[in-house]
Design a protein around this ligand. Structure first.
Ligand code: ZN
Length: 319
């Protein structure tokens, strides 16, 4: 069986959809590549942000629930997600975030790279991690950030867990990750791919309080698989290892299986195919409300329930 190639997408919870859209689209320079609804709760948007074409490993997705209380960080969740930047872009990001009223933490050094932490409008911890050799992605040419400073897709995620070993075993035995090092209570695991979203860090926090889910929490993290047949191999292997894996769910832009990891974090394995160009051409990505065929008949009612959001014109970043 092939090892997992890395992260596919990360799904989190926001409160206000317009605030979320403005932050990711206009400040982080992540293109809205799909505007659809939560298929299990069609009165709620599902907003997808990524590079120009929605490459797996760049896709941050949100369910904005306007009345959701803010979550509280703790064990059993993905407590932070990180984007890669080029080392030369660090100064830009410090200034740009400050100019937009976003306070950043001190730059930290982690496994030899610089890390700049800050939070999104709902309190989700984001980090920018420097890399000399970022993945080759399709820069969003219509976005506010120039190619050299732009985010270069996911670096990875940090899980906060009571115990390291059970989740480490899952990553290594069932998913083909390998252990690459420890710094203090942080353990790093690397996927088999060479591209984007390669790292899962476990922060060992024995006896610390459990997370409380809410706005600003990451709901699940999804790992990449090429196609249905490879996904079936993971499905069988995980079932053999006694994980309760769901049947395949059609997510329109990918097909997914889900299971709970030993520390409580919800994992998904999603296919790269068919991708975000399945129902919109590149030039029009994110500009229409897209619904899956089984919800299309309810379009008028769905549109009426959804809050209005507006895709404002992009202004190039100027410092
Ligand atoms: Zn997902």
């Amino acid at each position: 069986m092939k090892p997992v190639q890395g992260l596919h997408h990360i799904t989190a919870v926001a409160s206000n959809p317009q605030t979320n859209l403005d932050f990711y689209h206009h400040i982080l320079g992540q293109r809205l590549v799909k505007k659809t609804v939560n298929f299990d709760d069609p009165g709620t948007y599902h907003l997808y942000y990524g590079d120009e074409v929605g490459t797996p490993g760049t896709i941050m997705t949100y369910f904005p629930w306007p009345h959701m209380r803010r979550g509280r960080k703790g064990n059993g969740e993905t407590a932070a997600m990180a984007y890669t930047i080029r080392p030369e872009a660090m100064g830009f990001w410090q200034n740009w975030l400050k100019k937009n009223g976003i306070s950043t933490g001190e730059i930290q050094t982690r496994f030899g790279a610089d890390v700049l932490p800050f939070t999104d409008p709902d309190g989700l911890t984001l980090e920018l991690v420097t890399s000399d050799d970022p993945a080759t992605l399709q820069h969003w040419t219509g976005g506010p950030i120039g190619a050299k400073d732009a985010l270069q897709g996911f670096h990875g995620v940090t899980l906060w867990l009571d115990e390291v070993e059970p989740t480490a075993n899952l990553l290594i035995e069932q998913m083909g990750y390998h252990f690459t090092g420890q710094e203090g209570s942080r353990y790093r695991y690397q996927a088999g791919g060479e591209d984007v979203g390669l790292y899962v860090d476990i922060l060992h926090r024995p006896g610390q309080s459990a997370a409380q889910f809410g706005a600003g929490s990451i709901h699940h993290i999804a790992f990449r698989t090429v196609d249905d047949s490879e996904q079936l191999e993971y499905f069988n292997k995980l079932r053999q290892a006694h994980f309760h894996v769901t049947p395949v769910q059609d997510r329109q832009y990918f097909r997914s299986i889900y299971f709970r990891s030993p520390g409580g974090v919800l994992f998904e394995i999603a296919t790269d195919a068919p991708g975000f160009l399945y129902d919109e051409p590149v030039a029009e990505l994110g500009t229409h409300l897209k619904l899956p065929p089984w919800l299309e008949k309810n379009r008028p009612a769905i549109k009426e329930r959804l809050p209005q959001i507006e895709l404002k014109p992009v202004v190039p970043a100027a410092l």
